[in-house]
Design a protein around this ligand. Structure first.
Ligand code: AMP
Length: 283
């Protein structure tokens, strides 16, 4: 496994490899503190491409909350061990100056329309602008054939699809399913910040979504959501930002079940002071 810290080094290496073997490159961008969810993206990349590149970069421009950034878990040695065992070929671990040599102010300015205004975009102002900025830069550096991302970040998948469309980038996007802990909690680097009591509470987020999905065909959707919201609010550790059913293609809110409409359920909530998100596709 090759590890690079600078843009010049990784680009030189990927160029050489490409000249030698005309090989396909899969790319898995991450913020580190890796778990099995991340490793499933590496595994997916390994089945579809010849060279798998993973980046670890905690991007400061996508954090609207400074405390969240300061407390983001960092465990680079363990991450590198995990990537080595997963068979990752190349790891890119740049610092902020490598990614933003001209400072962090220059954003893509892509108009995301409604998906740039709703849900996480509304609750985390500037977040997706930061995501667009860093992923555009990383794609320019790595120039992969396939970008592997997780459905866990549902809205982010839509944002990155827009990014690729906007610049007509020659990269395919592969969205991989959400990996969960045994009790159903979606794996997330932020789970490491939950204390024992919060960890027990956190499972209620996915439970709420699965309960709605289970009953959606034969119950009033808004009443179902309200019931789950009330159950969540009974736990003093949980503070819900949103729990909604949306059209899975547009993110417009849906208030009744319709058979031919793609439906996704999404939740964002703080458990203690850790913000978690999750989603479940209904149809
Ligand atoms: P992050 O390090 O949180 O920025 O995540 C890096 C990539 O891993 C993103 O594409 C995420 O959507 C994906 N990811 C995060 N959690 C999971 C999970 N539980 N299952 C599958 N993919 C995930």
């Amino acid at each position: 496994m090759r590890i690079f810290q600078t843009v010049a080094e990784i680009q030189k290496y990927l160029l050489e490899i490409n000249e030698l073997r005309h090989t396909s490159v899969g790319f898995v961008p991450t913020m580190g503190a890796l778990h099995d969810g991340h490793l499933s993206l590496i595994a997916a990349s390994k089945t579809k491409t010849a060279i798998t590149v993973c980046s670890i970069f905690v991007n400061p421009t996508q954090f609207n909350d400074k405390q969240d950034f300061d407390k983001y878990p960092i465990q680079i040695d363990r991450d590198l061990e995990l990537l080595l065992s997963a068979g990752c070929d190349v790891v890119f671990v740049p610092n902020v100056e490598e990614i933003y040599p001209n400072g962090t102010l220059e954003k893509t300015g892509i108009d995301l329309g409604f998906i740039g205004k709703t849900l996480d975009a509304a609750h985390r102002p500037g977040h997706f602008e930061g995501v667009l900025q860093v992923v555009k830069r990383l794609l320019d550096i790595v120039q992969p054939d396939i970008l592997f991302i997780g459905q866990k970040d549902y809205q982010q998948c839509m944002v990155l699809t827009k990014l690729v469309e906007h610049y007509q980038l020659p990269v395919q996007i592969e969205i991989c399913p959400t990996l969960r802990e045994q009790d159903g909690l979606a794996m997330s680097s932020r789970n490491a910040r939950l204390n024992a009591e919060e960890r027990i509470a956190a499972v209620q987020l996915s439970k709420a979504l699965f309960t709605i999905k289970e009953h959606i065909h034969h119950a009033d959707l808004l009443a179902l959501i309200k019931e789950q919201l009330e159950t969540l609010h009974q736990n003093r550790l949980i503070s819900v930002e949103y729990i909604v059913a949306v059209n899975g293609k547009t993110l417009q809110t849906i208030d009744s079940y319709q058979e031919n409409t793609p439906i996704t359920l999404l939740i964002a909530a703080k458990v203690g002071d850790v913000r978690l998100i999750d989603n479940v596709i209904v149809s």
